[in-house]
Design a protein around this ligand. Sequence first.
Ligand code: 4FV
Length: 259
Amino acid sequence: MSLNPKQINIISVLPKMFAALNYGVLGRALEANLLTISCWDPRGHTANKHRNIDDKPYGGGPGMVMMVEPLRKTLQQIQKQAKKPNWVIYLSPQGQPLHQRHLAALGAKLETHCLTFLCGRYEGIDERVIEGFVDEEYSIGDYVLSGGEFAAMVMIDALARLIPGVLGDPLSAEQDSFCRGLLEYPQYTRPENDQGLQVPQVLLSGDHQAIARWRSEMALKRTVERRPDLLNSAVLTEEEKKTLARLLAAGDTPQSGLD
Ligand code: 4FV
């Protein structure tokens, strides 16, 4: 139980979608009060009796745009009750592509700020909200969703894994793909032989140094084959640099994306 839980706020007109966060690793972290997640519906901050939160776009065009006032009032309400300064994140295709390094930085930010995820719907939100209140804008991919809610859940799930105590074994987060800029090595579990498909013998050897070498080589090989673009920013040990040079010299892997 934490006396200083990390605070996350979500602004969305569909708060019920976030029930999905009550399961698995994230659900257990909430139960342990390692973090708190509060949902805020802008419909509760509209001035008109029809509780409208969107309107037609100036200049014409399809769809609707989320209005400034309900979002501004919701953000002000959040800040009024927050115990820490608010850091506002907006999800949209116009945002910077989300990477693990951003999540690491936001995990650190949670020490001094609460994070508020602003989820758009329709054609998006009035630009004046972004200019006046949004600190960072992220995209989870070059495609268009029907709302920012799933994107916010992706970010919150990936972020929560980095909070101390959320994962049973802190090594899990460190060994995940992308943490040092490499893809993760292949994983196996029982049985040792499944319909003739054998688990690599080194993993059964009990030789932890040999296993570590194998896993490092597999991570490098998989990264060179599938995501050579990651290698430019990967943090490699001297041993890994030698392994990488050997893999590339073997010439059986693509070299695009490398300096
Ligand atoms: C999105 C993305 C995304 C665009 C219009 C919400 C939707 C609607 N968010 N990464 N890709 N958002 O498609 O973050 O308002």
